[in-house]
Design a protein around this ligand. Structure first.
Ligand code: PRP
Ligand code: URA
Length: 224
């Protein structure tokens, strides 16, 4: 089929809304395994860590480089190294920690902020119970981590809080997003691009992403 007749890809459609959908086959395969309800905790955690590295690759693709002079065993050359702003990974507790480890494997020098939030199961509003972030947030790129973007109440509360602390260059990285959550996060914080492995159909009456993968925190930590 020619280009003209090809259906627009999901990634291209969402890119217009500030959302990068990582449709790489490895990400999609691992995400399917995570969705399966029989996948045990140990496997779920391992898969999330692996996917987080691939999402990190996308969330950091526009980091600035500068040239430095090095000597290889054969000659001298100008080679690229990271320059400019340093990174902070801001993990929305608890489930954000599942994305954190893989990110730190790739960027071990990054600082870490923790935003403790839980969703009130009746109102679905985010309740803060902990906040700790580096002092120099205004000098850093902040990558906010949470596997699930459902109503976006948690994401909006976390970004509000991080901006209060001085952050102005933020990205939001998740595993699954609902269209409702994307709309809410983008309308509250249009300056914050979203990186996700998939955009699902929507939310059920309890605010869960459908088809989704269930409660990410519970599946990651083996709680109920
Ligand atoms: C889950 C998830 C997000 C939030 C998403 O956390 O990890 O933080 O729900 O939902 P929202 O977009 O509607 O706010 P939860 O509150 O269950 O806490 P937990 O990570 O401690 O399990
Ligand atoms: N939080 C989760 O862990 N899963 C959902 O589907 C929605 C919010």
């Amino acid at each position: 089929m020619g280009i003209e007749g090809a259906a627009e890809s999901v990634a291209v459609r969402w890119a217009r809304h500030g959302v990068s959908v990582i449709d790489h086959p490895l990400v999609q395969h691992k995400l399917t395994l995570m969705r399966v309800k029989e996948t045990p905790t140990v496997e779920f955690r391992r898969l999330l860590r692996e996917i987080s590295m691939l999402l990190c690759y996308e969330a950091t693709r526009d980091l600035e480089l500068t040239a430095t002079t090095i000597e290889t065993p054969l000659t001298t050359m100008q080679a690229p190294v990271l320059a400019g702003k340093k990174l902070v990974f801001a993990s929305i507790l608890r489930a954000g920690n599942g994305l954190l480890e893989g990110m730190l494997d790739l960027v071990p020098s990054a600082r870490v902020a923790h935003v403790g939030l839980y969703r009130d199961p009746k109102t679905l509003t985010a309740v803060e119970y902990y906040f700790k972030a580096p002092e120099d947030m205004h000098e850093r790129r902040v990558i906010v981590l949470d596997p699930m973007l459902a109503t976006a109440n948690s994401a909006v509360a976390a970004v509000d809080r991080l901006k209060e602390r001085g952050a102005s260059d933020l990205r939001f990285v998740c595993l699954l997003a609902a269209p409702e959550g994307i709309e809410r996060l983008r309308s509250n914080h249009p300056d914050v691009p979203i990186v996700t492995a998939a955009v699902d159909e929507g939310l059920n009456s309890h605010g869960y992403i459908v088809p989704g993968l269930g409660d990410a925190g519970d599946r990651m930590f083996g709680t109920k």
